[in-house]
Design a protein around this ligand. Structure first.
Ligand SMILES: [Zn+2]
Length: 352
């Protein structure tokens, strides 16, 4: 997330709360937002339709916001139709696919369809189905893309030209969750998702399959902490996914989530990502302190301190490689020197 006042982030992502506040004070938010370069902020954080949704409720005299939101609704209907077609195609086969991450969370938590601004969707599938997936996707008019830096064994991307007006629409098939090789417990995470894909999912009315709420929350927490070091782009949007899933679901079981985290060596990451979501978006999450030990708490506090800028009074975006190694070291509960040594060992093991 970019440097920003947490309060405003909260209101941008919670239109209902804004309406309540506006009833009490009609100038609320408008006054606060006037001085900001708001559109730049929304674009930079890739949350333009989210902001447009909220502002269309507050700033009724200005139809700029509602027309932006309407455009996204139209565009996302096309994405939904396309996703449905893909699931229809696969349902006539024995190949099991699941919609995950951003779009999976929106559909699963019944969130506003307009409030989705990504140009791709992410599916999890079994790597032994690789050739069939390529065949079915090409029958649906998709072209296999080559993406620099991401090997085909981890993810295969397909594109189609006529789904989003003027822009390519992308579908990522993730064969392995969270494309980071040197993470502690990564093999356990691969097995975990494989198990979830077969056992912990729900089928929506439209035939699209998503992970069940706890499984989806678990992987969303790992996605922001491992895949994005808690804060790299699209930062706040990843927390918005966690937030809407928790607010929507009546089924979240933190005991279960921490049990999985412990088994997969991810407790520090899961605890920290939950704690940051609560800080930034006021999400109703219990503190879960009885589910962790002092050491987890100590490292999690260190990570949060590392991401926090006292000067800016905000969590800041740390993107250079040294920061990322520091964040990984703390997330794995060790100092940077031990972490560097271990990483060299893991690298040599991968080579040999
Ligand atoms: Zn919306």
């Amino acid at each position: 997330m970019k440097n920003f006042n947490q309060g405003v982030n909260y209101y941008i992502l919670h239109p209902d709360e804004v309406l309540e506040q506006v009833k009490a004070n009609p100038n609320f938010l408008i006054e606060e937002l006037k001085n900001m370069e708001l559109v730049d902020y929304l674009l930079e954080n890739k949350i333009l339709p989210y902001g447009a949704h909220t502002l269309s409720l507050v700033d009724e005299n200005n139809d700029k916001w509602s027309s932006i939101h309407r455009e996204y609704e139209k565009r996302n209907h096309n994405i939904l139709e396309e996703t449905r077609t893909i699931f229809q195609k696969f349902s006539s086969t024995d190949k099991n696919i699941i919609l995950i991450e951003n779009f999976g969370t929106i559909l699963s938590s019944n969130a506003c369809l307009g409030c989705f601004s990504s140009g791709d969707i992410d599916l999890s599938a079994d790597s032994s189905d690789y050739h069939e997936v390529i065949k079915y996707m090409s029958e649906l008019g998709y072209i296999k893309e080559s993406r620099r830096g991401v090997p085909n064994s981890i993810m295969t991307t397909f594109s189609k030209a006529n789904v989003l007006e003027g822009k390519k629409f992308y579908v990522n098939f993730e064969w392995k969750p969270i494309a980071r090789r040197y993470i502690i417990g990564i093999k356990k995470l691969h097995r975990r998702l494989e198990h979830f894909r077969k056992n912990n999912y729900k089928t929506l009315d439209n035939g699209i399959k998503v992970l069940s709420d706890n499984a989806l929350l678990y992987f969303n927490l790992l996605h922001v902490s491992i895949g994005h070091y808690y804060n790299t782009s699209p930062g706040i949007r990843l927390y918005a996914d966690i937030d809407r899933l928790i607010r929507h679901s009546s089924d979240i079981n933190y005991n279960k989530i921490f049990l999985w985290a412990k088994e997969d060596d991810q407790t520090i990451r899961v605890y920290t990502a939950l704690s940051l979501t609560r800080d930034v978006l006021n999400t109703p999450i219990p503190d879960c302190n009885h589910l962790i030990n002092n050491n987890i708490f100590k490292f999690s506090s260190k990570i949060k301190k590392y991401l926090w800028s006292v000067k800016k009074s905000s969590y800041i975006n740390r993107t250079n490689i040294f920061d990322q190694w520091m964040i990984d070291a703390m997330s794995e509960g060790m100092n940077i020197f031990t972490y560097c040594l271990l990483r060299i060992v893991r690298l040599n093991r991968t080579k040999s």
